[in-house]
Design a protein around this ligand. Structure first.
Ligand code: SF4
Ligand code: SF4
Length: 339
């Protein structure tokens, strides 16, 4: 992480308020940060009235993943993507699988330094087709993601965010020209966001799903189903019907929960509930619905018009079978799959 003497990166999206306090406008928490303090995410610090991004060029972890792992199923299936996160998050979900990094401060780790140029070089050396900002929340390391995304586009790489969708409209508008695809978690009701995710809110997430889709960014949505917390028919209908209201072409991923972090007393999601959720989403009109994190459920994509196999998947391996130029090769219907 940044040491004294390092050149610190000034944050984007903040304004000076009373005295040397600042208001961060990067995400919808809008933290008011007194001098010498940090925001909720622990990685943006006010030093004498200037806000700094402490994890700029300090990734954790950094690895090559299949794109299916994000999950993105309709965006260059089978491609390799250099994936990175940093410590910190603007939510504090009780079920966070990455809590050791998302709920940590930069000092808690001996973080490596990887410049934006080196990151893009690594992606090319590792024969990746793209770069993904993921694992925790790309919004809180926005400056790093933003500069890397600009460089990635210059080198012909695609860019991906895996996000909780709680960024401000200014941040979303800034990244849109340099972002190809995003998977946004739609976690549940407003009450779920307030009670489980550290007093976050639902509406900004809904606004951003719509905003990215309407701007032409490829959007997929993930809903982690947690027993007794967001698994009622009303919850599942809400998620499905919202996605369908934006577009029935949006792929929706229902994912199984496993006990972790501060939800060790909650049982794992049953396969029956996941399959029931898939039925509800189908009734809402969504054409592409997947069930993940549970064995024994096929994850292939079929043409919603003629039923032809479009993409064959086996765990995180994917092979495009019958798609060309965004169309099913059998019936020539448009299918929302980039290849
Ligand atoms: S990015 Fe961090 S500091 Fe800024 S508003 Fe969000 S949580 Fe607060
Ligand atoms: S938004 Fe994601 S990374 Fe952040 S705390 Fe919640 S589950 Fe963890």
């Amino acid at each position: 992480m940044a040491e004294e003497g390092d050149l610190l990166k000034e944050a984007m999206f903040y304004r000076r308020v009373d005295g040397n306090a600042v208001q961060c406008e990067l995400c919808r928490r809008n933290c008011l940060i007194p001098e010498g303090k940090r925001g909720f995410c622990r990685v943006r610090e006010n030093r004498s009235g200037t806000l700094y991004a402490l994890t700029f060029e300090h990734p954790l972890p950094l690895q090559v993943d299949p794109i299916e792992k994000k999950p993105l199923f309709h965006f260059y299936p089978g491609s390799r993507v250099l994936s990175l996160g940093t410590v910190g998050c603007n939510m504090s979900c009780l079920h966070c699988q990455n809590y050791e990094s998302s709920q940590a401060s930069p000092e808690d780790f001996d973080l490596p330094t990887v410049s934006c140029h080196d990151l893009i070089r690594l992606a090319l050396q590792n024969k990746c087709e793209g770069v993904a900002f993921t694992y925790t929340e790309p919004t809180i390391f926005f400056e790093y993601a933003f500069e890397c995304s600009k460089l990635a586009k210059e080198e012909g790489l695609f860019t991906v965010f895996v996000s909780n969708g709680f960024m401000s409209s200014q941040a979303a508008e800034a990244i849109i020209p340099f972002l190809d695809a995003i998977n946004i978690d739609l976690k549940g009701s407003d009450k779920f966001y307030r009670d489980i995710c550290g007093n976050a809110r639902l509406q900004p997430v809904l606004d951003n799903i719509k905003r990215f889709f309407e701007a032409g960014v490829h959007v997929e949505v993930t809903n982690l189903i947690i027993p007794t917390k967001n698994d009622s028919d009303a919850d599942l209908k809400f998620v499905s019907e919202f996605c369908a209201s934006v577009s029935t072409d949006i792929p929706l991923h229902f994912s199984a929960f496993f006990p972790v972090y501060r939800m060790l007393d909650v049982p794992p999601t049953s396969k029956d509930v996941l399959l029931h959720a898939r039925d509800i989403a189908g009734q809402a009109g969504l054409k592409y619905v997947y069930v993940g994190n549970v064995p024994g459920v096929e994850q292939h994509t079929f043409c919603p018009v003629c039923g032809e196999l479009l993409v064959e998947r086996d765990t995180f391996r994917a092979v495009v079978r019958n798609v060309k130029d965004g169309k099913c090769t059998k019936c020539l219907s448009e299918v929302n799959i980039k290849t």
